[in-house]
Design a binder for this molecule. Structure first.
Ligand code: FUL
Length: 754
């Protein structure tokens, strides 16, 4: 246990600071604040593990970071030419005419966000393709050259008005990577222009700016362009509450550098409330899948001072800020993680039939793990080509918001006896847990059913300190531990099987410095019919079962999922219709090939969210003829074994020659195929390739090229529809380009559709 007994490590200077500091503290804080709290604290050469932990416990959020944490659940909107070309990454050379938007309803976006309980929206003002969604003075590559409202439309303006109307904050994603500026002849990106003193904003005749602030920076052409655009976004569409800088680069050119410190000066002056993502403000959680860490500390180690750093590398991996990691740093900096993922497969809208949408259980689960795991939940909802969020997405947002409200809108501790500072709704009261207060009891006036307990530390003033805690409930005249966990930070949502009780006991088991809690509450989440999962064996038998939940709430050795689904009935359809109570009841695996299966669970009269699976042709007669050399243990059979956890991988150093040939067993008509990439390795993603067909396995005919984008970050199955169906017995898939310039191709599963 890391208790604060001796402070031999505190230097004379620190003691002097402490004495001065103590004299200005209230009684309460005196015991808890042992060092001045700050957003960034340097680590000294003579710091010990204990003193580093103590410093980490005094790292606190800036005002903007605190506000970002309090927003909790926020929206991402990816919109642009990719919405129309159905690509994840455009190449920058798209004709602006592809952005053929006829309707736009940003009120509908905001209404759905509001229903979900989201507080902010961040829009791709410019994605990697360089196309701008607002009427910029500094480029013609954007809405101004598109058919949308005859080139007069402005997505940012519309969204900013809707945000004001619905009380939603606005943020902008301005991609530093800019393929239009890289690829076009007069492009500014990496054009090797000189760094000279330039005035921002640059004046443009006939387009005066209302905000008269000017800046002088020593920059090159691209940085000037970027600053001018930031100026427009921050002054003409504000207030802007977040600026999002993406780290991905489909391509680079000319050794282009980004003068982030200058960008930051501009942001601080023009949008003082904006938190900056991807820099010192908030950080990427390290994945795009909605995965969260069990322990997410926000006191992050840096080897350079993040207040003056220009380049911020991605922070990934399971362990980001344990004491071992902190010891390697020279600075400790408060930096919350944003758990960012998409409600759909991919960041941009492609279609409503193949592109799957997460169900409410999934979104609600991520909400509880991310917001209740000391991070911010940033969920992407891509508008469709009609300029609205699709119906399916809206439904999930509404259901998620309803669950959040029903669960967390009612605090079962409202009338409880216990420490007042933790039970009141006042964000300015907190409780310092000295040694004799490490066990806290809460008593309800009468018994209640609960399965959620929420704890918040006073991070705003005291940082994050608790590293281990447990919750007990009073059952049958005794205390029983129902759940234990690690750190708390801004918020920890504890989930455990439903109990009926009138007494709780929170035990703090370990900490980095004397813990200071701010709030606790208890809640009840009404269990629902489970989400279902479908799978087909190679012989063609489909089974449907509840999706295994990743909840760690089973301390009694009982099967929570089994308990939750008692009395459940599964119904399904195979004709594309929505299943209802009268549809076929699922009792045992059934034979099925090629088509959509839709299923849902019904429990206590309540209908669960629908699951669907588009099955391709049966693979029972398929054979791999040639895989042109596989890596040991990843042979060709693995791409047709109906198991997406196993995968074929070609040998390396076969640039442009990775291919597989398969025999379908009989002549078959094909209209589409699905490529499922492996999720356990990111090295073999086939982003470009070609499909050949043959009737005899000797004479081949090229059928069509295919292309998939952003596979490394988003390794979800991708569908390619052929322009015309074709009849074939043999198929050859040849890789033409592997993502990340790798030279070994991989396929987890290959499906063909009639
Ligand atoms: C990534 C980008 O490459 C994706 O297209 C998307 O914008 C995602 C949020 O960030 O780095």
């Amino acid at each position: 246990m890391t208790k604060l007994t001796t402070k031999s490590f505190i230097t004379v200077l620190q003691i002097t600071i402490l004495v001065l500091f103590f004299s200005s503290c209230t009684n309460n804080s005196k015991q808890a604040i042992l060092l001045p709290a700050a957003n960034t604290i340097p680590i000294d050469d003579d710091d010990s593990r204990d003193s580093v932990l103590l410093k980490a416990a005094h790292v606190i959020p800036s005002e903007n970071q605190m506000n970002a944490l309090k927003d909790e659940f926020i929206a991402f909107v990816h919109f642009g030419p990719n919405t129309f070309t159905k690509l994840e990454w455009g190449n920058g050379m798209e004709d602006p005419a592809v952005f053929n938007l006829k309707n736009l309803d940003t009120d509908q976006w905001c209404r759905a966000m509001k229903d979900a309980g989201m507080k902010k929206v961040i829009i791709t003002a410019k994605h990697h393709d360089g196309f701008v969604l607002w009427q910029s003075r500094y480029t013609k590559h954007g809405v101004m050259s598109s058919p949308f409202e005859d080139g007069k439309g402005d997505i940012l303006k519309e969204l900013s008005l809707s945000c004001k109307k619905f009380g939603i904050k606005l943020g902008v994603y301005l991609s530093p990577a800019d393929l239009f500026q890289i690829e076009s002849k007069e492009g500014l990106y990496g054009n090797l222009s000189k760094y000279t003193k330039r005035t921002i904003p640059r004046e443009v005749e006939g387009r005066p700016l209302e905000n008269k602030t000017t800046f002088e920076f020593e920059v090159d052409d691209y940085n000037e362009y970027f600053l001018n655009q930031l100026f427009e976004l921050l002054t003409e569409y504000g207030p802007i509450d977040e600026v999002w800088f993406d780290g991905a680069h489909p391509k680079r050119k000319g050794g282009q550098q980004y003068k982030y410190r200058d960008w930051k000066k501009l942001i601080t002056a023009l949008a003082p409330n904006a938190v900056v993502f991807g820099k010192e403000g908030t950080r990427w959680c390290g994945n795009e899948a909605g995965a969260t860490r069990d322990t997410e500390w926000n006191a992050i180690p840096y080897t350079e001072d993040p207040r003056t750093m220009n380049l911020f590398a991605d922070i990934t991996g399971e362990d980001v800020a344990s004491i071992d990691k902190l010891m390697k740093g020279k600075y400790l900096h408060y930096q919350p993680a944003e758990t960012n993922t998409s409600i759909r497969e991919g960041w941009f809208y492609r279609n409503d039939d193949e592109q799957q949408v997460r169900n409410t259980d999934d979104v609600f689960d991520i909400y509880e793990r991310s917001v209740g795991g000391n991070s911010i939940f940033l969920l992407n909802i891509p508008p469709n080509r009609e300029g609205i969020f699709s119906e399916k997405d809206v439904k999930v947002l509404q259901e998620t918001g309803k669950r959040i409200k029903e669960t967390y809108g009612i605090d079962l501790l409202e009338k409880a006896e216990g420490p007042v500072e933790l039970l009141d709704a006042n964000e300015d009261t907190f409780m310092v847990l000295d040694n004799d207060k490490l066990i806290l009891e809460f008593k309800l006036p009468k018994e209640a059913k609960i399965n959620r307990f929420v704890i918040q530390e006073d991070v705003k003033r005291h940082g994050e300190r608790v590293s281990k805690h447990a919750l007990d409930v009073w059952i049958n005249g005794d205390w029983q531990e129902v759940v234990s966990s690690t750190n708390i930070g801004y918020k920890r949502i504890l989930r455990f099987p439903e109990v009926t009780t009138n007494k709780f006991r929170l035990r703090i088991l370990d900490y980095r410095a004397i813990p200071v809690l701010q709030n606790v509450s208890a809640h009840y989440y009404k269990s629902r019919p489970p989400v279902l999962e479908m799978h087909r064996t190679k012989l063609g038998l489909v089974d449907i079962a509840p999706k295994m939940a990743d909840f760690k709430w089973n301390p009694h050795g009982e099967n929570a999922s089994g308990n939750l689904t008692k009395g459940m009935k599964i119904v399904y359809t195979t004709n594309g219709e929505l299943p209802s109570e009268s549809s076929t009841e699922y009792k045992e695996p059934f034979a099925f090939a090629n088509g959509m299966v839709k299923a849902l669970a019904i429990m206590n009269g309540e209908v669960g969210s629908m699951s669907e699976h588009n099955f391709g042709l049966l693979k029972n007669k398929w054979k791999i003829i040639d895989d042109n050399g596989s890596v040991k243990e990843h042979n060709g059979d693995m791409l047709i074994d109906e198991n997406k956890d196993t995968f074929w991988q070609s040998e390396k150093n076969r640039i442009n020659k990775q291919y597989v040939t398969l025999d379908l067993g009989e002549q078959t008509s094909i209209s589409a195929f699905k490529y499922t990439p492996p999720t356990s390795v990111a090295t073999g993603m086939i982003q470009k390739g070609i499909i050949y067909g043959s009737l005899d396995g000797q004479n081949w005919k090229a059928i069509e090229n295919f292309e998939f984008g952003n596979l490394i970050n988003d390794p979800t199955p991708r569908m390619h529809k052929f322009k015309n169906s074709f009849s074939t017995r043999y198929i050859k898939l040849m890789a033409l380009e592997i993502a990340g310039a790798n030279d070994s191709a991989a396929i987890a599963e290959l499906d063909f559709y009639k």
